[in-house]
Design a protein around this ligand. Structure first.
Ligand code: BES
Ligand code: MN
Ligand code: ZN
Length: 478
């Protein structure tokens, strides 16, 4: 595989004497191939070249090869050639080590990844690419960069697999077991499981949301101490919404589209994927991941509108709509995670509101943040890894709407439609974060799943958040 810049200029490797003639002929014969980023032109049985096929890859506008462009290129290659019959790729794109690691990560992120639940998998959909060799100008640090990039990609694939698993397979119990599997990476895994245990721990909100399900709710704490970190170093705390299926509870959702609510644990999946990645790469930053896991079901013992619950920081909450369950489980998880430790920062991630999809769509996550430096870092990192966020306000004026006559706090404004529910939800959560702790809330309801293929992720679960959270942990370590 060789590169061609937009406008048709071959990269240095593609001008090498052994291939220059074949490349020139292929370009002359294919005017539609302009070198646009990600374009692929395949020459079968290229004359005088010891390969089954020569692939020309459009590199986009001539200039720098920043890592994220390289990542998209790797992904474009995987999408174009993943099941083409090609088994091994030899890639010569004049990449530096950082771009090469990103390219290889893109390749892994976009290889075909058929459903594990077909009884007779379609052989034509199975990936044929087994290995890729990248030739680099300089190799210093390349191995380390690749180990990191690979660990991140593993975390993304882990998160996607969880989001795609349906509610009958990824029950709360099964999710807890998947989290426990991180013990092999020396992650400490603590589990508070079952309604009684959660209530005993004070987590009345999470217990109530999970109460009507046949599968007990759980609060999972994953601790990665940080490779070589001082024991007292304050950790980055990541909190994820892990509703394995959201029926809405008694405030039942309409049947139309309800199947998508199998992905309502995308936030917890991103946290689990990020902790997996950080442990697998032996990251220096201490990280604590907290998963609020439950299934939101109606039933004879279900949470009701009007119920009053007590959270683990002592605040009481009046329930309005059992379908606004995400903010309840997150509130307990945030309060629990910050009760006995002083974090460097808290970032929660959740498929929280339909309102954020209405306002920001499906290409940017909503960012609510109490700390300007953390917000700036998250936006810059998100842009850099292709997981962009857009800032939304934590507006104190909305607190009036969350005032209850009978409890400390109202769960959401009554009649959620036409109200800025994503903003209300963020404001609600802010009451469970201790004062002075930098906190960000990422509402990724529009991003955990995609119905169409995207540059870095084929249609289905995206694993959104894993690379962003991993990058944040890296940033905090330096
Ligand atoms: N899980 C949903 C939010 C959601 C919507 C996620 C679309 C992914 C895609 C959340 O629990 C929910 O149901 N929110 C309600 C809140 C309302 C009842 C105040 C919503 O957004 O309609
Ligand atoms: Mn809901
Ligand atoms: Zn939900």
């Amino acid at each position: 595989m060789l590169g061609v810049w937009e406008g048709g200029n071959a990269s240095a490797a593609a001008r090498a004497p052994q291939v220059a003639a074949v490349v020139a002929r292929a370009l002359a014969a294919s005017p539609a191939f302009t070198g646009r980023e990600g374009q692929v032109l395949t020459v079968l049985a290229p004359e005088g070249v010891a390969a089954e096929r020569l692939v020309l890859l459009g590199l986009g506008p001539f200039g720098g090869m920043e890592p994220h462009r390289a990542r998209r290129l790797g992904a474009a290659v995987a999408a174009a050639l993943g099941c083409s019959g090609a088994g091994t790729l030899a890639v010569d794109l004049d990449l530096d080590p950082e771009a090469a690691a990103a390219f290889a990560q893109g390749l892994v992120l976009r290889l075909p990844d058929p459903s594990p639940w077909h009884s007779r998998p379609d052989p034509a959909a199975a990936p044929t690419v087994r290995a890729a060799t990248l030739r680099l100008a300089a190799t210093a640090a390349a191995e380390d960069l690749w180990q990191r990039a690979r660990a991140e990609a593993e975390g993304v694939l882990l998160a996607r697999g969880l989001v795609e698993a349906p509610g009958n397979i990824l029950t709360p119990t099964a999710f807890v077991e998947r989290a426990r599997a991180l013990e092999v990476l020396d992650v400490r895994v603590e589990v508070i499981q079952g309604v009684t245990a959660l209530e005993a721990a004070g987590c009345g909100l999470l217990a109530a949301v999970g109460r009507a399900s046949a599968h007990p709710p759980a609060l999972v704490t994953l601790t990665w101490p940080g490779h070589g970190a001082a024991a007292a170093a304050p950790p980055l705390v990541l909190v994820g919404k892990g509703i394995t299926f959201d029926t809405g509870g008694l405030s039942l959702k309409p049947a139309d589209g309800m199947e998508r609510m199998k992905g309502d644990m995308g936030g917890a999946a991103a946290v689990l994927g990020a902790v997996h990645a950080l442990a697998a790469m032996q990251a220096a930053c201490p990280v604590v991941g907290v998963l609020a896991i439950a299934e939101n079901m109606p039933g004879g013992d279900a949470l009701r509108p009007g119920d009053i619950l007590r959270a683990c920081n002592g605040l009481t909450v009046e329930v309005v709509d059992t379908d606004a369950e995400g903010r309840l489980v997150l509130a307990d998880a945030i309060a629990h995670a910050t009760a006995a430790r002083r974090p460097r920062a808290v970032v929660d991630v959740a498929t929280l509101t339909g309102a954020v999809v209405t306002s920001l769509g499906r290409h940017m996550g909503g960012l609510f943040c109490s700390d300007a430096a953390l917000a700036t870092a998250l936006r810059a990192l998100g842009d850099g890894v292709g997981e962009p966020l857009w800032p939304l306000p934590l507006d104190p004026a909305l607190d009036d709407d969350l005032r209850s006559d009978v409890a400390d706090l109202l769960q959401c404004a009554p009649a959620g439609r036409f109200l800025p529910d994503a903003l209300h939800a963020a404001r609600f959560l802010s009451r469970f974060v201790p004062a002075g702790v930098p906190w960000a809330h990422l509402d990724i309801a529009g991003l955990a799943w995609t119905d169409d293929d995207r540059p870095l992720s084929r249609r289905g679960a995206t694993g959104f958040g894993v690379r962003l959270l991993t990058a944040l942990a890296h940033r905090l370590a330096v």
